[in-house]
Write a protein that binds this ligand. Structure first.
Ligand code: SAH
Ligand code: SF4
Ligand code: F3S
Length: 453
C-alpha cells in the first residue's frame, strides 16, 4: 500500500493565480471523473479554465491505455504540442492517468517536451508536482504502484449541472486476461457507503437530477466492507435521496449481477431500466480463456431474468472480436448470441494485445485482417438490430430528462430516455433539467427524433 497523503488547505498554493488550465481526457467515465478532480484542485490553486488549449498556461492529458488505438492517438496529440511548447517555454505540460501509470519512461522518451508525468494514485499531489515542474528543467515523474490516494475527498469541478458521476469503487481485481485496467488502477476498493450517500445528498442539494454510480465492476461493491453492505443495498439507499430523479450505474459484470441486484433495480423507482452488461464473447471456450467467469448459458439466463423482472428495459454490451485462438466457429457463437439477446446497442472492439496481460502472450493471435472483417460483420448485424428495436418505439411516449440542445438540423432539445437512448425534439430551453414526455416520431439506429406531448 502506498503512502496516504492528506490534502490540506496549505497544499493549495496560489500558484495558479491569473493562469489558465486545459485538460484533455481520454478513456472511460472513471477518467472523466478523475479529470473533474484534477480541475477541482487546479481551481483551488487559483487557475481558471481555458476555453481553448492554445490559451492555456498548463495543459494536462488524462490518458487511457485500454487499447493501442487510444495510445496512438494520445501520442499523436502530444506530439502536436511541440511547436506550442517551443514558442512558449513557460507552458507546462503534464501527462496523467492510465497510460502514464503504465509507461512513464515511454511517455518522456516519446514526448520529451512533457514537464511532468503522474500516475493514477498521485492525483492529490498535483499542486506539488506543478510547483516542482515549474522550478526545474528536468521532467518530474511521480507514479506510485499502489495507493489509496483517490479515496480521499478532493475538490471537484464537475462538468455538468444536471448529471454527476459518483465513484463507488476504485480499481479492479478481476484480471480478465485481455485487460490492462487491473494493472494501472490497482485493486478493487469500495468507498464507504455513508460517504457515497453524503455525496449524492449534496449533489441533490446543488440541483443535480441524475447520478451515475461508477466502478469497473459495480456489482461487487461492498465486498471489502463490513457485512451487509452490497450494491443492492447501495441502490436502495441512494434511491431514498430526495431530489435525485434518476440513478444509473456502470459497469456491471454479468458474473456478479445477482438476483438481489435485479430485485433492487425492480423495486427502486429512480434506478433506470438500462442494463449495460459487457458479454465480450459468445463462445464458452473464448469466455473461459478471457477469465470472465460465466458461460453463454449463464448470460442468456441472466438476460431472461432481467426481462422478466424489469420490463421496458434496454440491454447494451461490449464485445471483443479476434481474441487469441478465436476460430470462425467461436465468432459464429458471438453472432448467434447477439441475435438471440437482441442488444439495444453494442460497443464493439478489435482485440488489442496489451503487454503484461496474459492474452498478449497467448499463441494463435488472430491476423489483423480477420479481426477487421469480423468486426465489420458484427457491426452490420448489430446496427440492423438497433434500428429494428428503435423502430418499435415509433409512436410511443417516453420519459426524457432534458439535458441540452443540438444545433444540428435546426434547433432541438436533447435528452435521454430511462433506457439511455438519445432523443432530439423541438422545444423551449426553459425545459432544461425537467422530465418531459416525448412521442417518438422518427426513430434511427442511434438517435430518436420526437415531439413534446
Ligand atoms: N470494467 C468494464 C470495462 C472496462 S474496459 C467491464 O468489465 O466491462 C471497456 C471495454 O473495453 C471492455 O468491456 C472490453 O470490451 C474492451 N477492452 C478491454 N481490454 C481490451 C483489449 N485489450 N482489446 C480490445 N478491447 C478491450
Ligand atoms: Fe478489465 Fe475485466 Fe476489470 Fe472490466 S472487469 S476492468 S474488463 S479486468
Ligand atoms: Fe482507459 Fe483507464 Fe478507463 S485504461 S478505459 S481510462 S480505467
Amino acid at each position: 500500500m502506498g503512502k496516504v497523503l492528506k490534502v490540506s488547505a496549505e497544499t493549495f498554493t496560489d500558484f495558479g493565480k491569473g493562469k489558465k488550465y486545459f485538460i484533455r481526457t481520454y478513456g472511460c467515465q472513471m477518467n472523466e471523473r478523475d479529470s473533474e478532480t484534477l480541475a477541482g484542485i487546479l481551481v483551488a490553486m487559483g487557475y481558471r479554465r481555458a476555453a481553448r488549449m492554445e490559451e492555456a498556461d498548463l495543459i494536462i492529458f488524462n490518458t487511457c491505455c485500454v487499447r493501442e488505438t487510444a495510445e496512438r492517438k494520445i501520442y499523436g496529440r502530444l506530439n502536436a504540442l511541440r511547436p506550442l511548447k517551443k514558442r512558449r517555454p513557460d507552458l507546462l505540460i503534464g501527462v496523467g492517468g492510465c497510460m502514464a501509470q503504465k509507461d512513464k519512461e515511454r511517455v518522456l522518451a516519446k514526448a520529451p517536451h512533457v514537464d511532468f508525468v503522474f500516475g493514477t494514485h498521485n492525483i492529490q499531489e498535483l499542486p506539488e508536482l506543478i510547483g516542482r515542474a515549474a522550478a526545474q528543467a528536468e521532467p518530474v515523474v511521480q507514479v506510485w504502484e499502489e495507493g489509496q490516494a483517490s479515496l480521499l475527498d478532493l475538490p471537484a469541478q464537475r462538468e455538468g449541472k444536471l448529471k454527476a458521476y459518483v465513484t463507488i469503487t476504485y480499481g479492479c481485481t478481476n484480471f480478465c486476461t485481455y485487460c490492462i485496467v487491473p494493472y494501472v488502477r490497482g485493486k478493487e476498493q469500495s468507498r464507504p457507503l455513508q460517504d457515497i450517500i453524503n455525496e449524492v445528498t449534496q449533489l441533490a442539494r446543488e440541483g443535480y437530477k441524475e447520478v451515475t454510480l461508477l466502478g469497473q465492476n459495480v456489482n461487487t461493491y461492498g465486498r471489502d466492507l463490513e457485512r451487509g453492505v452490497s450494491f443492492a443495498r447501495l441502490l436502495r439507499e441512494v434511491n431514498q435521496v430526495e431530489g435525485i430523479q434518476r440513478i444509473r450505474y456502470t459497469t456491471s459484470h454479468p458474473r456478479d449481477f445477482s438476483e438481489e441486484i435485479i430485485e433492487a433495480v425492480r423495486d427502486c423507482d429512480k434506478v433506470c431500466e438500462h442494463f449495460h452488461l459487457p458479454i465480450q464473447a459468445g463462445s464458452n471456450r473464448v469466455l473461459e480463456r478471457m477469465n470472465r467467469g460465466y458461460t453463454r448459458e449463464d448470460y442468456l439466463e441472466l438476460v431472461d431474468r432481467i426481462r422478466e423482472e424489469v420490463p421496458n428495459n434496454s440491454i447494451t454490451t461490449d464485445i471483443i472480436v479476434g481474441f487469441p485462438g478465436e476460430e470462425e466457429e467461436d465468432f459464429a457463437a458471438t453472432l448467434d448470441i447477439v441475435r438471440r439477446v437482441r442488444f439495444d446497442n453494442a460497443f464493439t472492439f478489435v482485440f488489442s494485445p496489451r503487454s503484461g496481460t496474459p492474452a498478449a502472450n497467448m499463441k494463435d493471435q488472430v491476423p489483423e485482417e480477420v479481426k477487421k472483417e469480423r468486426l465489420n460483420r458484427l457491426m452490420e448485424l448489430q446496427d440492423r438490430i438497433s434500428k429494428e428495436i428503435n423502430e418499435e418505439l415509433r409512436g410511443r411516449e417516453v420519459e426524457v430528462l432534458v439535458e441540452g440542445t443540438s444545433q444540428k438540423e435546426g434547433r432541438f432539445l436533447t435528452g435521454r430516455t430511462r433506457t439511455n437512448k438519445l432523443v432530439l425534439f423541438p422545444g423551449a430551453e426553459e425545459l432544461m433539467g425537467q422530465l418531459v414526455t416525448v412521442r417518438i416520431t422518427r426513430p434511427q439506429t442511434w438517435n430518436l427524433y420526437g415531439e413534446l406531448v
